[in-house]
Design a binder for this molecule. Structure first.
Ligand code: GLU
Length: 281
């Protein structure tokens, strides 16, 4: 049975790009005789707008996509904490008190997520305080794990290369868990067999595969779908005024027609599909 999920973060309204992602997840689950889940990723405290979750539910229903909702991330913090404790006990997490600005200033290289952490706090030794974030000691973690592979049903077999991200933060001081840790744990807990999401998150999978190995989690198949881009090749985004599905819903448009249009990929708005893996995340 194929289980997929749509995992939006309630920090802005859904637009056509999200609809496309939901349709891919929904259709992939249906094709596998399985289930399509909705998971609200609401642990980004500063940016999270809880009222948007209801809009998301209404949007999916308007689009005619049947789903089952599972627990939002805000109800799963204990499982994130337990996983962080486990990694800490393995000696592969270390506390870091550097600010973003300090990291940016000291970084000598860049990875897919931005400046690579220069290891300042690793060399400084543990100074844990309530304000510390916890980073993965990537060198130790990859040594422990050895070579790993993962399968993307559109892009083929991949060698995991998590080292390109450097010492990523897995436990934040403000969120609390990072997207990488939370999403990986949730996908395992929700029994996701096929992780369907945009190709803009392709690179993150290298880290997720490593986390799965370290924590002994099941390994799904990935399906990184193309993302909708505007005429200039840039990803459709709320910050560039992509129309909100909720506005179209309130204006009386028929969501099922929107879905039919997306499925047929018939856009007369200069929007098209791009499979470029190097799209900004
Ligand atoms: N919550 C993420 C987002 O809204 C999606 C994460 C995922 O699909 O893994 O971009």
């Amino acid at each position: 049975m194929t289980v997929t999920r749509f995992a939006p973060s309630p920090n802005g309204p859904l637009h056509l790009g999200h609809a496309y992602s939901a349709i891919v997840g929904h259709d992939r689950a249906r094709r596998g005789g399985g289930e399509f889940l909705l998971r609200i990723e609401d642990i980004d405290g500063a940016r999270s707008r809880p009222e948007l979750a209801d809009e998301f539910r209404a949007d999916l229903t308007w689009l005619g996509l049947e789903y089952r909702e599972v627990a939002p991330q805000s109800q799963r913090i204990a499982s994130y904490r337990a996983a962080a404790d486990e990694l800490r006990a393995m000696g592969i997490l270390y506390p870091c008190t550097c600010t973003r600005a300090e990291v940016a200033a000291a970084a000598v290289a860049h990875g897919p997520d931005g400046p690579l952490y220069p290891g300042t706090c690793l060399r400084r030794g543990p100074v844990p305080g309530p304000d510390a974030a916890w980073r993965l000691d990537m060198e130790q973690a990859t040594l422990l794990a050895g070579p790993l592979e993962w399968m993307d049903e559109r892009h083929g077999l991949q060698q995991a290369r998590p080292e390109r991200f450097g010492d990523v933060v897995l436990w934040r001081k403000d969120a609390p868990a990072s997207y990488h840790l939370a999403a990986t744990l949730d996908d395992a807990a929700d029994g996701i067999t096929h992780v369907t999401r945009g190709v803009d998150l392709f690179h993150s999978t290298h880290i997720h595969r490593l986390i799965q190995h370290l924590l002994g989690l099941p390994v799904p198949v990935w399906h990184h779908h193309a993302v909708l881009v505007e005429a200039d090749g840039r990803k459709l985004a709320k910050r560039r005024d992509a129309p909100a599905l909720a506005d179209r819903r309130r204006a009386g448009e028929d969501g099922r027609c929107v879905v039919a249009e997306v499925r047929a990929a018939l856009f007369d708005t200069g929007i098209s599909l791009s499979d470029a893996i190097d799209l900004e995340p």
